[in-house]
Write a protein that binds this ligand. Structure first.
Ligand SMILES: [Zn+2]
Length: 310
């Protein structure tokens, strides 16, 4: 999110600067500092955006800009917009679709594009960035570990279609990955709380801050969970695509996992192809709704059982 925000804020400076984004002039400097009258940065408080802050943003974008420059709204963690209340959310959608004037630019930031609800996504132009440096080494290692584990589990499931027990174990094993990822977040949270406790503020103030810290970290854990589940769904989708392709007659070389070709041909039949196409569709749907508090274990069980039952 930090790098994404940097890109957004530099873009904002660039677009309003009279000297091609010199980074030196008053416009550039005030925007980069986040203290420009035409710049609005919005971020969620805890698990969602505050209705009054969204309302405030909609109002700010509706009044005329200072110096006739662009009014730029940067919304961080825009994937959490889906949890907004009805009227405000509809107002926001309307503003995105039909901005008050030609000086409005809305920049929505997210680390997980699939978590942006389709009605918002369809109103946006999408740019993707992949940051190699995002996350620590151990974070990347953990993802490789998950990838290997999930692939091995799925391979054993498609190799033994009669083994329902094996399939039902999948979601349990996946949920075991989450504490491994979130342990660092929990450690940070404890540290932050400790610092606040030692701060010398009065009890009421301390409790207020701790409550805020807790809800911020709760959100972080939820995001990591969503990221992992979304990643697992991607691997499942690749497996399903392979099944559909192979039984429809594709060559081994066309598969994501070429080594699985013979296993698929032995265990899956062309007459069931519609079932796997539907399953693939439901994986994509589940991915979209992950952020809307779906019970991912039930969702995973449902999909994985589709691999074994005929
Ligand atoms: Zn400038």
């Amino acid at each position: 999110m930090k790098l994404l925000f940097e890109i957004a804020i530099n873009f904002a400076a660039n677009i309003n600067c009279k000297k091609d984004g010199c980074l030196e002039c008053k416009t550039c400097k005030t925007i980069l500092k986040g203290k420009n009258p035409n710049l609005y940065v919005l971020e969620p408080a805890g698990n969602s955006f505050l209705v009054e802050e969204i309302e405030g943003l909609i109002y700010q974008m509706s009044i005329s800009s200072v110096n006739n420059e662009f009014k730029i709204a940067i919304i961080k963690e825009a994937d959490l917009m889906g949890s907004l209340g009805g009227i405000t959310f509809n107002k926001m959608l309307k503003t995105l679709e039909d901005p008050p004037d030609e000086k409005c630019i809305f920049i929505l930031l997210t680390e997980d594009i699939d978590a942006i609800i389709p009605t918002v996504k369809s109103r946006c132009q999408i740019f993707n960035w992949i940051f190699n440096s995002n996350g620590s080494e151990s974070y990347n290692e953990k993802f490789i570990y998950i990838k290997n584990e999930v692939e091995n589990l799925l391979k054993s499931i498609i190799s033994d279609r009669k083994n329902v027990f094996n399939a039902l174990n999948f979601s349990i094993k996946v949920s075991n990955f989450i504490p491994e990822f979130s342990s660092e977040i929990v450690k940070e949270q404890k540290k932050a709380i400790e610092i606040v406790r030692k701060s010398g503020f009065d009890e009421d103030e301390i409790n207020k801050i701790i409550k805020k810290i807790d809800s911020n970290y709760e959100r972080k854990v939820k995001k990591v969970t969503n990221l992992i589940i979304s990643y697992v769904f991607d691997i499942i989708a690749a497996y399903l695509e392979d099944i559909v392709a192979a039984i429809a007659g594709a060559k081994k070389e066309a598969l994501h996992y070429k080594d699985n070709y013979n296993i698929i041909i032995e265990n899956y039949k062309l007459e069931d192809i519609n079932k796997y196409i539907n399953l693939l569709e439901s994986v994509r749907e589940n991915k979209i709704y992950i952020s809307n508090e779906i019970n991912y274990e039930i969702a995973l069980d449902k999909v994985i059982l589709g691999f074994v039952q005929s």
